[in-house]
Design a protein around this ligand. Structure first.
Ligand code: GLP
Length: 263
């Protein structure tokens, strides 16, 4: 880790860790993930996809490769993670699927057993039944230990689009126009090419995690992050429900916290 984090309590429930940039955030979060695997190996990690997460997986591969061989092997063998979400309607091997992203960014670089990196099957014939099956599979695994979340520009976590009640479960959802536009770069820049539906863990499974890390980088998220840190919890900002959890850490870079170059 190349930098001491600055910590403060943003509210009664959200602990804030401020770091200089996405690279410092990635190093910090990757170290927390490895620690979690050591400390609580019996419970799965909850993982996310997206641009915020990409440098974190790179840092994780780097940090894992620096561990003593036997310790690295033990962590690999005992790995278990559940992803938040997956598009509906893409083939499992479609390079634009979240499964393909996790293969390329996590499974192959870390040398993991793909069976131990779980995602919903977005190609299932009955996506509603698949959402239910995935929820049961996660419950049978004991629920998530540490849940990592990215933040959507509209305040979504996973694919829980606003407005979103705190009690929603793992289910099939329709994606908002703004989310399809935000995720269009992976689909040749065309929002219409982004699947219209997805399977996502709900707020209920997310808030059942023993602890939660909300990771936010970049100036584009500064506005929505400010609203979330301030509270109160509201269906209009799904991430604001994190105020209902007692162990949430927000890890953000200076740009996401609205600090300019000299701020
Ligand atoms: C996406 C995903 C989330 C992700 C979030 C932020 O649509 N469903 O799991 O964390 O939105 O994405 P990004 O990090 O690319 O901004």
């Amino acid at each position: 880790m190349n930098q001491e984090p600055r910590c403060s309590s943003a509210s009664s429930s959200l602990e804030l860790i401020e770091l200089s940039d996405p690279s410092a955030v990635a190093d910090h979060v990757a170290a927390l993930l490895l620690n979690e695997r050591r400390r609580r190996p019996e419970l799965p990690l909850g993982l996310a996809t997206g641009r915020t997460m990409d440098p974190i997986y790179l840092a994780l591969a780097r940090q894992l490769s620096l561990l003593p061989f036997a310790e690295g092997e033990r962590l690999r063998e005992r790995w278990l993670s559940f992803n938040l979400d997956e598009y509906v309607g893409l083939a499992a091997d479609d390079p634009r699927s979240f499964r393909a992203a996790m293969m390329a960014r996590l499974v192959l670089p870390l040398g993991l057993d793909p069976e131990r990196v779980r995602l919903p099957d977005g190609s299932a014939a009955d996506p509603d039944a698949e959402a239910n099956r995935y929820r049961c599979e996660l419950e049978a695994a004991g629920g998530v230990g540490l849940q990592v979340l990215g933040l959507g520009l509209n305040g979504h976590v996973g694919f829980n689009e606003p407005p979103c009640d705190v009690g929603v479960r793992c289910r099939c959802v329709n994606l908002s126009a703004s989310t399809r536009a935000a995720n269009a770069p992976a689909f040749g820049g065309n929002p219409e090419a982004v699947p219209a539906r997805a399977i996502t863990l709900g707020l209920r499974e997310i808030l059942a995690a023993r602890s939660i890390l909300l990771v936010v980088t970049g100036a584009a998220k500064a506005g929505v992050l400010r609203w979330i840190l301030q509270g109160p919890a509201t269906p209009e900002l799904p991430a604001s429900w994190l105020h209902r959890h007692r162990r949430v850490m927000v890890v953000a870079d200076r740009a996401a916290l609205g600090c300019g170059e000299n701020g």
